[in-house]
Design a protein around this ligand. Structure first.
Ligand SMILES: [Zn+2]
Length: 243
């Protein structure tokens, strides 16, 4: 067991026993971990109500395999505006569940930590938007090495030039040109370019999607994410209901 200081985002909290809390955290320095905060529901001094969903915290802890021991937490931001809006809660809950499902324990990824922090900050300060969700999803897939081919047809290699009709194949997780299309969903020719822009700009709110692009890109990314999580995340179902 070693002592450590980390910056962390609270993904999940669970009351445990009389006064303890078990939290799942995504930390900048140690990746994902679970920790028990003894007496957290009584000790205002050590935790001060900090162990709340979507909060970003500085935490002192003793790292143990399986379940670390949280000793103290200081708030960087509580993201309290997210909790005032059910659609924001749905987006943030989905981002946290994806983090829990897709990121391995104990393996830090500073790029992903920055992306998740930026998404929660964006949700806390702006109205939720489907374009921002796509931005978060395609960057998540890219950082984790799951990015779909966005420059050319996955079968014949013809470049996507923004004019040729395209098709997405949910079972093959690939976008192809019309000539290589079997059964699949037609996709607006501009969608790959739009998603590539999300990877290049690195900032929420800078890529504008048409209604058709939003629907097609949303279909592609939801399918890719379900392929990598192995099942539809519960929070995705909830998000679709409130969207
Ligand atoms: Zn092709």
């Amino acid at each position: 067991m070693r002592s450590s200081s980390v910056e962390a985002i609270v993904l999940k909290v669970l009351d445990y026993g009389e006064a303890d809390v078990i939290a799942t955290l995504y930390t900048r320095e140690q990746g994902k971990l679970r920790g028990i905060a003894p007496n957290a529901r009584r000790s205002r001094k050590r935790f001060g109500g900090a162990l709340d969903l979507f909060a970003r915290l500085n935490i002192s802890l003793r790292i143990r395999e399986g379940l670390s021991r949280l000793e103290e937490a200081a708030i960087i931001t509580l993201s309290s505006h997210i909790r005032e809006d059910i659609t924001k809660v749905a987006h943030a809950g989905y981002a946290c569940e994806l983090t829990d499902l897709l990121l391995p324990d104990g393996l830090p990824n500073s790029r992903y930590y920055r992306l998740l922090s930026a998404w929660l900050e964006r949700l806390n300060s702006s109205p939720p938007s489907p374009a921002d969700r796509l931005f978060f999803e395609i960057n998540t897939l890219n950082i984790l090495g799951y990015r779909p081919e966005l420059a050319q047809c996955s079968v014949c290699g013809v470049p996507f030039d923004g004019t040729r009709p395209l098709t997405f194949h949910p079972s093959a997780h690939a976008i192809t040109c019309r000539f290589c299309a079997g059964a699949g969903r037609p996709v607006a020719p501009s969608v790959p370019e739009r998603l590539r822009s999300c990877l290049v700009t690195g900032r929420f709110g800078t890529v504008v999607f048409t209604t058709e692009e939003l629907a097609d890109a949303g279909f592609i990314l939801d399918n890719l994410i379900i392929a990598h999580t192995g099942k539809e995340p519960k929070s995705l179902r909830f998000l679709r209901e409130v969207e």
